[in-house]
Design a protein around this ligand. Structure first.
Ligand code: ASP
Ligand code: MG
Length: 408
């Protein structure tokens, strides 16, 4: 008998028909003798719909009230699934975030989990009950409802799996795993059987949308094995776990692209100590995360500083940067948003050399201009023109042999 956390995403509970399928799956697992805890998302599109409603009411909805509203989507699905399971003779019970004891800080709409007092679900499990838990929500210490950021029900599932020491956390979604590249762009992309936490974290942060990045961080920290699987078809998925020797055999595990990027250049910045600190403190103060940074001396004692940030944050960042520019005595700010970032990720890079030069040669063969480069131990990213992104992904996927089975 294993203790399994099964999480079903929005498309998996998007209609009553689909909730019915989920009930069948949960029942099967229970009848096979396992203990199951279910975590659900809201029906697909529901959180977006609620968000639109809020913005129709007022241009800047209050964050506390937004959390009360957004958390309602998950209450609908847990109640419906628990009813259906009970109708089938499976002893199930729904739990809201508060009832499970998920305690977060007070950063409404992007709260962080502080502790989990899982005793109510532990007790339910011990009584043979199947807890059906609302993902994405918790309460702060004043019992006010909070939400964990978009995609946060993955985090609920992983955090509960960690706190209950579950044998596995299975994330059922609309794709059957994590792919070597987006199959819509690369037709011969393959499903990856096994991936390290570190690689998954890079892929998730770089734009692969299968798992919420924070849930991967949490899984890595507590060593929770996470499996990503299709809820529509049978068969294996992708297992995300500790790095092993198998994973190192491939130089690169995946190629990914991110279009939500913009490049900002501050031109004519006086080249003296403290300038970068001042400039980036201004942006960080608004919780905007800057990614790649390049500084080059232009003329005499003036420098240009370029960096990338999420395109969706530009409107918020620009006034802050204009202000910093004036204070620093810089000349102009240039924003270029027709850019994208292509990245290759793989723990194999640690033991194979020459990966970066292969990447650059491949892009050069395709006639693609590289604007910025950044690297980490297991990742290389290049910023390029957005129009070149798909051909860059295809060329790199082929160059690193990702379309072929690994052991061929
Ligand atoms: N319903 C929330 C969202 O759409 C949480 C989730 O589905 O993970 O972001
Ligand atoms: Mg999701």
């Amino acid at each position: 008998m294993a203790l399994l956390v099964q999480k079903f995403g929005g498309t998996s509970v998007g209609s009553l028909d689909r909730i019915h399928r989920v009930a069948e799956r949960v029942e099967e697992t229970v009848r096979a003798g396992h203990q199951v805890l279910v975590v659900l998302s809201a029906m697909s599109g529901e959180t977006d719909r609620l968000m639109r409603l809020a913005h129709e009411v007022t241009t800047r909805p209050d964050d506390r009230e937004l959390d009360v509203l957004l958390s309602s989507g998950e209450r609908v699905t847990i109640a419906l699934l628990a009813m259906e399971l009970r109708g089938r003779g499976v002893n199930a019970r729904s739990f809201t975030g508060r009832q499970v004891g998920i305690v977060t800080n007070s950063s409404h709409t992007r709260a962080r989990i502080e502790k989990i007092m899982a005793s109510p679900v532990q007790q339910a499990l011990a009584e043979g009950v199947v807890p059906v838990v609302a993902g994405f929500q918790g309460v702060n210490e004043r019992s006010e409802v909070t939400t964990l950021g978009r995609g946060g029900s993955d985090l609920t599932a992983v955090a509960l799996a960690a706190s209950l020491k579950a044998d596995r956390c299975v994330i059922f979604t609309d794709v059957d795993g994590v792919y070597t590249a987006d199959p819509n762009i690369v037709p011969d992309a393959r499903r990856i059987h096994k991936l390290s936490y570190e690689e998954m974290l890079e892929l998730a942060s770089l734009g692969a949308k299968v798992l919420q990045a924070r849930s991967v961080e949490f899984a890595a920290k507590y060593g929770v094995p996470v499996e990503v699987k299709s809820s529509f078809q049978e068969g294996e998925g992708t297992l995300v776990t500790h790095e092993d020797a198998d994973m190192e055999r491939a130089v690169v595990s995946g190629v990914t692209g991110d279009r939500n990027q913009a490049k900002v250049t501050v031109i004519g910045v006086p080249d003296r100590p403290g300038i970068a600190a001042d400039l980036f403190t201004a942006v960080a103060g608004a919780s905007i995360s800057v990614d790649m940074i390049i500084q080059n001396v232009s003329q005499g004692s003036l420098a240009d500083i370029s960096f990338t940030m999420p395109r969706s944050d530009i409107a918020r960042a620009l006034p802050l940067m204009e202000k910093a520019k004036d204070e620093l005595g810089a000349q102009t700010i240039e924003v270029k948003d027709e850019i994208a970032k292509v990245s290759i990720v793989g723990v194999g890079m640690r033991s194979h050399s020459g990966v970066a030069s292969r990447m650059f040669q491949t892009l050069s063969r395709e006639g693609i201009n590289i604007m910025m480069i950044s690297t980490s131990e297991i990742k290389i990213s290049c910023v390029l023109h957005e129009k070149d992104l798909n051909s860059a992904i295809r060329a790199l996927h082929q160059e690193f042999g990702l379309g072929q089975p690994v052991d061929a």
